[in-house]
Design a protein around this ligand. Structure first.
Ligand code: NAD
Length: 271
């Protein structure tokens, strides 16, 4: 899809990958609806790029219905909806230790928000035989995020839901993409958010680099968009021999543990 003059809605758009997509897509001539939990930050970015800012909590279905209506009032039919909002919280101790509230929030933000957006948009998209749903999952949705079981499980579910959308509706004119980045220098990592710093760390992309790969994927209407191509290699290894892959992940996890056995994720980025 070419983005010029298209009505593009992006959630979680006030920072990180979402903000980078907003700036890049606006420069391509798209009309942006910048949605985020942080309303003032969304409004500020919308002012900067000539879009519409909307305060929206994607963990609430009515908020998504209202967002779609707001986008339609502002720019007409929604051509491309990007479910990007996300967060990470990590396991407290063992793999089932995060609270029920944390698990539920992961389900709502990483999975149900994609379902609710599709539910709000698909009837009209199917009627006109055109429309694009793009969901930001994660490499954790194809592989695993060490020490964040809720993030990993829900990102896997996000990939599975995107596959269902593509299988059911691609032949009816609906374009579907799922994006599975590995590490991108944003606040979600909690470790670094300076793209200049990120460029120095092997394997870490800046949000702008990630957005550029997503744009290429949208132009090609590609289902699986991998900003880190090596993720495709790891997927193949996992598919070929899951026992071996799990052994490798356990060995990798052990390298991230401190003396008391706690996982120190900052070691992932240690030189
Ligand atoms: N940064 C990475 O390394 C990485 C890797 C893989 C996948 N991702 C995914 O990319 C997406 C964007 O994350 P990011 O890295 O830009 O992080 P980020 O923290 O910079 O941005 C996330 C944005 O989502 C918003 N948000 C959070 N909860 C929300 C809610 N309930 N409703 C509306 N907005 C909400 C936040 O306010 C924030 O602006 C997420 O889905 C994340 O899981 C990130």
């Amino acid at each position: 899809m070419e983005l010029k003059d298209k009505n593009v809605v992006i959630t979680g758009a006030a920072g990180g990958i979402g903000a980078a997509m907003c700036r890049l897509f606006a420069a391509q001539g798209a009309k942006l609806v910048v949605a985020d939990l942080d309303g003032p930050a969304a409004a500020k970015l919308a002012d900067e790029i000539g879009g519409v800012g909307v305060q929206c909590d994607v963990s609430d279905e009515q908020n998504i219905i209202d967002l779609v209506e707001r986008a339609e009032r502002a720019h007409g039919q929604v051509d491309l909806h990007i479910s990007n909002a996300g967060f990470a919280s990590g396991d407290v101790t063992h793999a089932a230790s995060a609270s029920n509230e944390t698990w539920q929030r992961n389900w709502d933000v990483h999975v149900m928000s994609h379902v609710w957006a599709a539910r709000a948009l698909l009837p009209k998209m199917l009627e006109r035989g055109d429309g694009y749903l793009l969901n930001i999952a994660s490499a954790a949705g194809l592989l695993s995020q060490i020490s964040d079981a809720a993030y990993t499980a829900t990102k896997h579910a996000a990939v599975a839901f995107a596959e269902s959308l593509a299988i059911s509706h691609a032949d009816q004119g609906i374009k579907v993409s799922v994006v599975c980045p590995q590490y991108v220098a944003t606040n979600i990592l909690g470790l670094m958010s300076d793209p200049k710093q990120a460029e120095k760390i092997p394997g870490v992309l800046s949000a702008e680099q990630c957005a550029a790969v997503i744009l290429q994927g949208i132009e090609k209407e590609q289902f699986l968009i991998l900003p880190h191509p090596e993720v495709g290699v790891f997927m193949e290894r996992r598919g070929a021999d899951v026992e071996r892959w799990l052994g490798g992940m356990r060995r990798y996890r052990a390298t991230l543990a401190d003396e008391s056995g706690n996982i120190d994720l900052s070691k992932i980025f240690a030189p």
